[in-house]
Ligand binder design. Structure first.
Ligand code: ZN
Ligand code: ZN
Length: 410
């Protein structure tokens, strides 16, 4: 705090002399000591109170696609923006981010993807973004409004401290793409709000991405897991049937997988905010059920946390609830696996119209704990992308973690 700010504050308080002396003394004391000393990371004031229960009900589940290439990416010439948007609308998507590579246009996505007259929709919320395509790997930008992508492109070969400062100035959500594959995100994970833990319909190839996510979570980073098809070609009428691209068109397109967000409103900004906060789950396709994950921290019988939320562990048992919502397969049995701090914690079977399981555990204090959910079971048909079912196999959905004692400012 500067002396100027102190003075302003004191004028507001109207207790000039005594308070000024106290604050100046505090400033001098701070200067004399230099850097602050050791502080207890579990100090009680660091983590906020529980979110209000109303925040669990006052919102809307929105589903969307966060990684798809249009004809403005060099290798997806048969995928016009109008086609992607019309398809998204037809399968019930609420939001969409078209993420073209930026290197083909030297960073100028504003005059390519976003300037395309087809970049408009009367029903699907369109986020502004691009795939930041660099020698150090790929990351997606998600923004509710146009931003100066050129600046991010121009610092792509700079050190992370430079890139991080630009990213912060732009006020964008940055997400690590396909973290274990070719062109994996090779910058610091301190710069990203989310990580692509489910890339494309081919679920099994994501095992290493999940491992990296668990590593990052275990290191204390509160990092949202999200999906993205990374589709490069149109479907179903792709013209290049002789190539493997015709296979991709039937197997991997908008919605394989689908990322759900629990947003405070049906707006682009609320979608980005939910992604940042982690009230997010991923389903194999837009028709598959979504995984909802809640916790009752204060044992009043009412759920007061959901995935993405972070609370102080009390040392008392917490009741957790997992429920599948949407088109569950009748008579289907779902396997619900709980991951605690990167390790298998328990496996439960769930059936019925709204399959639900509950379990209880006591998060450690002190120390960080996170729980997340993996659901496997009968696949849900996706007629518009018929071959995706076989590629996703029994993978139904993933939750984001519920966190305890994580540093909210990490
Ligand atoms: Zn990529
Ligand atoms: Zn891509």
């Amino acid at each position: 705090m500067t002396i100027k700010n102190n003075r302003k504050m004191i004028l507001l308080m109207g207790r000039a002399r005594t308070a000024l002396l106290v604050i100046i003394a505090g400033c001098i004391g701070g200067l004399a000591q230099g850097q602050p000393g050791h502080s207890n990371p579990w100090a009680p004031t660091e983590i906020g109170a529980l979110p209000p229960i109303s925040s669990l009900t006052n919102g809307v589940w929105l589903k969307g696609e966060l990684h798809v290439h249009s004809r403005h990416s060099k290798e997806s010439s048969n995928n016009p923006i109008a086609k992607i948007i019309a398809f998204s609308k037809a399968v019930g998507m609420d939001y969409l981010c078209i993420t073209d590579h930026d290197n083909h246009v030297n960073g100028d996505v504003a005059n390519n993807t976003w300037a395309d007259p087809e970049f408009k929709s009367d029903s699907v919320l369109l986020l502004y973004g691009a795939e930041w395509t660099t020698t150090r790997g790929h990351g997606n930008v998600f923004s509710a409004r146009p931003y100066d992508h050129q600046r991010l492109y121009d610092v792509r070969d700079q050190r992370d401290v430079v890139v991080g400062a630009v990213k912060k100035e732009l006020g964008i959500h940055l997400s690590a793409n396909h973290p274990s594959g070719k062109d994996h995100f090779g910058y610091s994970y301190d710069m990203v709000e989310s990580i692509e833990v489910w890339n494309s319909a081919v679920w099994p190839k994501n095992a290493n991405a999940i491992m990296i996510w668990d590593d990052m979570l275990s290191s204390g980073r509160k990092l949202t897991g999200r999906g993205g098809s990374d589709a490069h070609h149109g479907t179903p009428d792709t013209p290049d049937k002789a190539t493997k691209n015709s296979y991709q068109a039937k197997a991997n397109y908008v919605g394989t997988p689908t990322t759900w967000v629990f947003a405070t409103a049906r707006t682009s900004q609320a979608v980005v905010d939910a992604l940042t906060n982690g009230r997010v789950c991923i389903s194999a396709n837009p028709y598959a059920p979504r995984v909802e994950f809640y916790a009752d921290l204060n044992q009043d019988g009412k759920m007061d946390m959901m995935m993405g939320d972070n609370a102080r562990a009390t040392g008392k048992p917490v009741k957790f609830r997992v429920q599948l919502t949407g088109n569950t397969v009748p008579e289907g049995t779902y396997t619900v696996s709980i991951v605690k701090n990167g390790n298998a914690f328990g496996t439960f079977k769930a059936t019925g119209k709204a399959p639900t399981i509950e379990f209880t555990d006591t998060p450690a204090t002190p120390g960080r704990t996170y729980y997340r959910v993996v659901v496997e079971g009968p696949p849900t048909a996706y007629p518009q992308v018929p071959e995706s079912m076989a590629l996703s196999g029994n993978m139904v959905g993933l939750s984001n973690p519920i966190y305890f004692n994580f540093d909210p400012n990490f």
